[in-house]
Write a protein that binds this ligand. Structure first.
Ligand code: HAM
Length: 422
């Protein structure tokens, strides 16, 4: 019989050995979180739709086209979360995470599932996972630097260095509006030359035209007005400080005046890390400031900055970096139990060794000693213990060290000590 059920399009089962790589990434994010003094936050997988409409923005692709929506049995409009910043802000307001006493909050998330109904391709899925941080409460350019440093620390700890930091500022709402007006004027004056997609976007979401990779658009985009020329003094000096902090931290970057990001809540600094090891979906992570979002959602005025990174994309680049080799987990000990008579002793040895911290496996298929020995050899285990009838009768066990092939019979009582000193 052929099974006709499949994982939904745009989702992926994470199987061993790839799941080992996921664990390694998760451990690394936890470690970096600890090193930077961040604590983990977990929020629900679904939220009221209005949360994303009011934060990410109704006109964005994410909200207008890509959300998984449902009405629950109580009649409430819900969405599977397409991103986490909105949820973290909602939780921070709900639980007073930023108060006068605790004037800043350093939060991170790890391998958190997100949902966007996108056209699946390499590095782009409908269910994907993010790690990231949200740093609430600081207006200082030091916070912008820290967010970028955190992201870099994760990639560097994993041995990955082939990425590129793209940096821009979006100023504040009024400078952005002025710039947007000029941009739309400019694009309108070049309307005939724009791609069909961009013509449509000019009415709905003109800033997204700047992301277009269509050759028709790129020359026109090249001559478009830049936000930098519309910044007020405070925003310009914040950006100068961020740049000089990056330079003193020896973090290289390129200025990308057209980097606008696909979410509405940003102001001032925005950034992305990209990798040439990825195809067209080359953004490893992205983030920036959202100083007005907390107030907009009903909290006290609180500046904030953060980033989120795609785990699937990181897995793709790590697989490439390691030429597809993922270390398999190996047991410390494989117990070969010759027959039923040895079961009880075998099980109790396994249990004692596990309590002492050794990973132990034994055959569960009632196979012959020969078959068990063959599997033990293939498994990459460090020690094989043979429990045959002779050993059983003498309260002994045969210990084979797989690195040398040396074999010895020892009293069972000496086993743990021997293993611990090996
Ligand atoms: P974002 O740029 O929408 O930002 O997503 C961040 C990262 O998630 C992307 O750079 C990419 O690595 C990954 N990603 C996004 N969509 C997909 C997809 N369909 N499949 C696979 N990976 C994907 C945000 O989500 C903001 N919340 C980031 C942020 C946090 N800004 C401030 N704080």
């Amino acid at each position: 019989m052929v099974m006709d059920l499949k994982a939904p399009r745009g989702t992926k089962d994470i199987l061993p050995p790839e799941s080992h790589l996921w664990k390694e990434i998760e451990r690394t994010v936890d470690e970096v979180g600890l090193l930077f003094g961040y604590e983990e936050i977990r929020t629900p997988m679904f939220e009221q739709v209005s949360l994303f409409k009011r934060s990410v923005g109704e006109e964005t692709d994410i909200v207008s086209k890509e959300m998984y929506l449902f009405t629950d049995k109580g009649g409430e409009e819900m969405a599977l979360r397409p991103e986490l910043t909105a949820s973290v802000v909602r939780a921070a307001i709900e639980h007073n995470l930023v108060t006068k006493q605790a004037s800043s909050s350093r939060l991170y998330y790890n391998s958190a599932p997100m949902f966007r109904y996108e056209r699946p391709q390499m590095g782009r899925q409908r269910q994907f996972h993010q790690f990231g941080i949200e740093l609430l409460g600081s207006l200082s350019p030091l916070a912008d630097l820290q967010v970028i440093e955190f992201a870099l620390a994760v990639y560097q700890k994993l041995g990955f260095a082939n990425f590129h930091l793209k940096l821009n500022t979006l100023g504040n709402q009024s400078s952005r509006e002025k710039w947007r007006e000029e941009l739309v004027k400019y694009l309108r004056s070049n309307l005939d030359a724009l791609s069909e997609d961009s013509k449509r976007r000019l009415e709905t979401n003109p800033l997204r035209i700047l992301d277009s990779k269509n050759p028709c658009d790129t020359t026109i985009i090249g001559g478009a007005p830049n936000i930098i020329d519309y910044l007020d003094e405070a925003d310009a000096s914040h950006f100068d400080e961020v740049k000089s902090l990056l330079t003193s931290a020896q973090i290289s970057y390129s200025l990308e005046p057209h980097l606008v990001r696909g979410l509405d809540y940003y102001n001032r600094t925005v950034f992305e890390l990209t990798s040439t090891d990825l195809g067209s979906q080359d953004a490893l992570c992205g983030g920036g400031r959202y100083d007005t979002l907390i107030e907009k959602l009903g909290g006290p005025p609180t500046p904030a900055v953060g980033f989120a990174a795609g785990v699937e994309r990181l897995v793709l680049v790590l697989m490439k970096l390691r030429s597809g080799e993922i270390p398999k987990s190996k047991s410390d000990v494989y117990i070969v139990i010759a027959d039923k008579a040895g079961r009880e002793v075998g099980i109790s040895i396994a249990s004692d060794l596990r309590k002492a911290g050794f990973s132990v496996i034994y055959d569960l298929l009632d196979r012959s000693v020969k078959a068990q020995m063959r599997e033990a050899g293939k498994s990459g285990t460090r020690f094989v213990l043979l429990l045959g009838s002779d050993e059983l009768a003498a309260a002994e066990i045969t210990l084979k060290r797989m690195n040398t092939g040396a074999q010895e019979r020892i009293p069972r009582g000496n086993l743990l000590g021997l293993l611990q000193n090996s």
